[in-house]
Design a protein around this ligand. Structure first.
Ligand SMILES: O=c1ccn([C@@H]2O[C@H](COP(=O)(O)O)[C@@H](O)[C@H]2O)c(=O)[nH]1
Length: 267
């Protein structure tokens, strides 16, 4: 089944558009997982157990797994999320010349990492995105990112009068495939603009919680026909930082539930 149909089913089943970001920063892992064989996997497993009923998706950022043990932890994490029926968006911000992009796209293959969707960067243009598009997997194209430097290039005005991020949104909306857009909740006006350019694209909206973005705008503009994802990573997985033992993970579950409920107030 195509990614956004599966995501729609998951959103309906959980009544949630929350994407739980699995970014297990080694410097912030609780002591009781650091002595395990694969601490990031041990941590993610407990987080998934605590949050899956509120999770429309999980979003591991590849940056937190870029070493041999990390890759094993990521494989285990994705398989475990699938065991709970939760789709996984690999936030890897890939794309490259064709033969290289084809290798990156293996992250979406069942005999690769088996992620359900991936984030890609539009900077190299359409051909660099093509290898990600001819499958049922979801492809979220970075349009207007949540960091302050996102404005440096993405807000530049082109000779046509449109901004770079508007051009990216238009290009992505024209692509064939399971295409969505990444637009940060820290840029609510840009969120509204991108929604008007790409009315049928589901958005992946990071930047709420730790980055202080606008959760209400994320819901108002992030969803297309009810489908889209609003991500929080540190705000959920480290919600229990001052707690210990099982309370640590209970706090993550409570944070995911509270975010679901808060977002649902605006749906
Ligand atoms: O524009 C973007 C694109 C990606 N991200 C990623 O989302 C999470 C956000 O984490 P928080 O802890 O909720 O701030 C993280 O993996 C980022 O790399 C983003 O923030 N903004």
């Amino acid at each position: 089944m195509a990614f956004f149909d599966r995501l729609a089913e998951r959103i309906a089943a959980t009544d949630s558009v929350v994407s739980v970001g699995l970014d297990p920063d080694p410097d912030r892992l609780p002591e009781h997982v650091t002595d395990r064989d694969l601490p990031r996997w041990a941590f993610n497993r407990r987080i998934i157990d605590a949050t899956h009923e509120y999770a429309a998706a999980y979003k591991p950022n590849a940056a937190f797994y870029e070493d041999p043990d990390g890759w094993r932890a990521l494989e285990e994490t994705i398989a475990y999320a699938h065991g709970k029926d939760v789709p996984v968006v690999l936030d890897a911000k890939r794309a490259d010349i064709g033969n290289t992009a084809r290798q990156y796209a293996r992250s979406l293959d069942p005999d690769g990492l088996n992620a359900d969707a991936i984030t890609v960067t539009p900077y190299m243009g359409r051909d660099a995105l093509a290898p990600f598009l001819n499958t049922d997997a979801g492809v979220f194209v970075l349009a207007r990112t949540s960091n302050s430097g996102g404005a440096d290039l993405q807000d530049l005005e082109l000779a046509s009068g449109e901004t770079v991020y508007e051009r990216v949104a238009g290009m992505a909306a024209d692509l064939q495939g399971e295409v969505g857009l990444v637009v940060g909740a820290t840029a609510p006006e840009e969120l509204e603009t991108v929604r008007s350019i790409a009315p049928n694209c589901p958005f992946l909206v990071p930047g709420i919680g730790a980055q202080g973005g606008d959760a209400e705008a994320a819901v108002e503009y992030g969803l297309s026909d009810g489908v889209g994802l609003v991500n929080s990573s540190r705000g959920i997985i480290f919600a229990g930082e001052t707690a210990s033992g099982d309370d640590y993970f209970r706090a993550a579950g409570a944070a995911a539930r509270q975010l679901r409920d808060r977002l649902n107030d605006s749906r």
